[in-house]
Design a protein around this ligand. Structure first.
Ligand code: ZN
Ligand code: ZN
Length: 735
């Protein structure tokens, strides 16, 4: 099940919505002060698991009061990554008439994390929500049109509480006794609701189930966590849970895997995924060209099995997990994760916002009951995380085989990180420790020192240790951009390709509906995320990008397609531009006018803001140019006969002048320096995008070829391995 997006991709509103998906008449405008009716509540992320298809789905919502009492949430226009650091925070959101989604103003999420125990190092480092004695109420219910009772209350009690491999036994073993689960299972409760539409009705089912359980004498407030369980339905998910908040739904027969997994989400950890990487078409342990498999980690209940949570997730869950940060080269030991030694987890910075985690596992009586020769107890497990997320990606140290069952780095093996140049060798493994030799590349040691606030080699004991102040450079505050250079390409299928230091944060491949095609990818000002928009105007946000809404469907006319998204300088808003010359402003973007009411000779094929954001240009396929706001008209090809249609316009760095590019790679410079063109070369495939890069520009062809006319380096292309669908856009990462 490879080739899945790195981030979970929401396909439909999983969060129940009171007013349905009514189309909006106006884009939400989040100016300061925010407009609309204020709604106070707690931020939650609803997370659906389709273990069979290997796909997860996430939506952000707001619950009022206590989720355990009123689990129905209202959808919020925010990406799950952006919300992740603030799950469980009380925020004030705003309801604008006609908008199904609430808007949370950036000010609600951009408080000073120095005075705060969470941040981009994530909710992650604050999880620690479920230790000590925790009680679970499992409410079993069925429906007015479906009175099945396929398992008994006694059977459910065994799975949750009393089996040798119950959920309670699992968390007792994993936490080494630091978490004790007790609980109650209700008798079957008969809802008045029908079993229709799980995806939108699970919240209202839970509300009715709560009321009926209360009427039956259960005191909901006496429990820390509530789990709902109903006879198997075709929902597209077998389990669903709020991340970092009470509320888990088990679809069908209760099992250790599903309940422990969904409770894991409640306790605030994300998935244990796997990373499939290639270099020049050959499978390798790690590279800049990787795709993720959502549940691909064979050694975690957050992945493909009922194995224990891995050491990084245990640290996030708040269990004692002595962790050592490696910032100098040397020999290190790792004690078995299941034991009481120290350290049991090593952390190595792979880049400015990617960490590598090393752990060592040994067999236990249950859950981690591997045979003594299994690769998982014969080597060192390697997982990466982005610093803002608790989702982990296991690396395959034996890439010659496609299975991850041999993922750990065995004794005698060396892993070379092709990006940083750092090297990890497992010297030996015994029943009490793995010994590893770590050679950090000069650049990576420097990076570590420079970017990690807490100093070097300290062995520490959580929770204090792992809740130390987050590395300052991983925050998403403006001006703290990701270092390095590179670029992203977007396929018409919605797949994103990352090159150089640009990271893959997820994409929309496999999620497009109807005839929609992906049309643009735009990086955030920090370079730590991006937006992808499709031709129907649907926007998805990845990494630190925040979603401010889609193009309202009632606004677009027949045949009108959204062709690009451009971010404002702050990243707190964006414009969507269409082929009819329409501009739609979201967040702090300002509408400076458009040509949507004019009759045009040809479609508008490119629209782009000026460097100040105080205006934008639109260029039509016949070379005609329209300037708005502070955009200054410097000439156009509107009166000339062109060899090929104009494909785009790029303002030059000084804000006066621009380049026009034709689909044949020809460049027309207007009050801007000519840096070269492909106009005299015959191209395999047309040029489909051009962006400002360094002192010049970068063109990308539909076949993924890169033409670089700048002082910046070349970071690779898809020339040798052409994409399955044409490339439609390019976006660059610059220092
Ligand atoms: Zn999940
Ligand atoms: Zn915060």
């Amino acid at each position: 099940m490879s080739g899945l997006a790195l981030s979970c991709v929401g396909v439909a509103a999983l969060v129940p919505t009171a007013n349905g998906s009514s189309a909006a008449s106006l884009p939400p405008l989040v100016a300061a002060p925010p407009s609309g009716t204020a709604v106070d509540g707690t931020l939650v992320i609803a997370h659906g698991d389709d273990f069979v298809a290997g796909i997860a789905d996430e939506e952000v919502g707001l619950v009022s009061g206590t989720a355990a009492v009123d689990p129905a949430a209202t959808p919020v226009a925010l990406s799950s990554d952006a919300a992740m650091a603030h799950v469980g925070s009380e925020v004030t959101a705003y309801q604008t008439p006609g908008q199904a989604e609430l808007v949370v103003p950036p000010s609600e999420l951009s408080h000073d994390h120095a005075t705060h125990d969470h941040g981009p190092e994530v909710a992650a480092d604050t999880a620690a929500m479920a230790t000590g004695a925790q009680s679970v109420l499992m409410i079993m219910f069925n429906f007015a049109n479906d009175r099945r009772t396929p398992w008994t209350k006694a059977a459910a009690e065994q799975v949750l509480l009393t089996n040798p491999t119950s959920v309670a036994a699992y968390y007792s073993d994993v936490s080494n006794g630091e978490l004790t689960i007790t609980g109650t299972v209700t008798d079957w409760i008969e809802l008045d609701a029908t079993n229709a539409s799980c995806g939108s009705n699970y919240g209202t089912w839970a509300s009715e189930a709560n009321a009926k359980a209360t009427a039956n004498g259960h005191t909901l407030g006496a429990y820390d966590w509530i789990v709902y369980n109903f006879p198997s339905l075709s929902c597209g998910w077998s389990g669903l849970a709020y991340l970092g908040w009470s509320g888990a739904w088990i679809n069908g027969s209760p099992t250790l895997r599903t309940i422990a997994h969904e409770l894991g989400h409640n306790f605030n950890v994300h998935h244990a995924s796997s990373l499939n990487c290639t270099s020049a078409g050959v499978r390798v342990t790690y590279s800049t060209s990787c795709t993720a498999s959502e549940y691909g980690d064979p050694a975690s209940v957050m992945g493909a099995s009922t194995r224990m949570h891995h050491a990084r997730h245990q640290a996030l869950l708040g269990y004692t997990m002595p962790t050592q940060q490696v910032s100098t080269s040397g020999t290190y030991t790792i004690a078995p994760m299941e034991g009481a030694g120290s350290p049991r987890l090593l952390k190595i910075a792979l880049g400015t916002n990617v960490d590598l985690w090393l752990e060592y596992r040994q067999p236990t009586a249950r859950f981690d009951n591997w045979i003594s020769t299994d690769p998982f107890v014969m080597g060192v497990g390697m997982r990466t995380t982005a610093s803002y997320s608790s989702q982990s990606y296991v690396l395959d140290a034996t890439p010659g085989t496609t299975t991850f069952n041999d993922a750990p780095l065995a004794a005698g093996q060396t892993f070379l990180d092709p990006v940083s140049g750092s090297r990890i060798t497992v010297v030996s493994v015994t029943s009490t420790a793995a010994t590893v030799e770590i050679e950090l590349s000069a650049s990576s040691s420097t990076t570590t020192t420079a970017t990690t606030a807490p100093p070097s080699t300290t062995t520490t004991t959580p929770p204090t240790a792992t809740t130390a102040p987050p590395p300052t450079t991983t925050t998403t505050a403006p001006g703290r951009a990701r270092r390095g250079r590179g670029y992203w390409m977007l396929e018409r299928s919605g797949r994103a390709h990352a090159f150089g230091s640009a990271l893959h944060y997820g994409d929309i491949a496999g999620t497009l509906s109807g005839s929609a095609t992906a049309t643009d990818l735009e990086t955030t000002p920090t370079g730590l995320g991006y937006w992808i928009v499709d031709s129907s105007g649907r926007v998805k946000a990845f990494g630190d990008a925040r979603r401010f809404g889609d193009a309202p469907q009632v606004t677009l006319v027949a045949g009108e397609q959204v062709t690009s998204l451009a971010a404002t300088g702050s990243g707190a808003g964006y414009w969507l531009f269409s082929n009819r010359g329409r501009a739609l402003a979201f967040g702090d973007a300002v509408h400076h006018g458009d040509v949507s009411t004019l009759v045009l000779n040809g479609p508008v094929i490119g629209s782009i803001p000026t460097p100040t954001g105080g205006g934008y240009f639109m260029v039509a396929s016949d070379g005609g140019i329209f300037a708005f706001g502070d955009a200054q008209f410097a000439g156009s090809m509107g009166g000339f006969r062109l060899n090929a249609p104009v494909m785009g316009l790029v303002p030059d760095g000084d804000g006066r002048g621009y380049w026009l590019v034709g689909s044949d790679g020809g460049i027309f410079a207007f009050d801007a320096a000519f840096r070269g063109s492909m106009g005299t070369v015959s191209l395999n495939r047309p040029v489909v995008g051009m962006v400002r890069f360094g002192d010049g520009y970068l063109m990308v062809g539909a076949d993924g070829g890169i033409f670089n006319f700048s002082d910046q380096g070349f970071f690779g292309s898809l020339g040798a391995t052409p994409p399955t669908q044409p490339i439609v856009a390019v976006s660059v990462l610059e220092e």
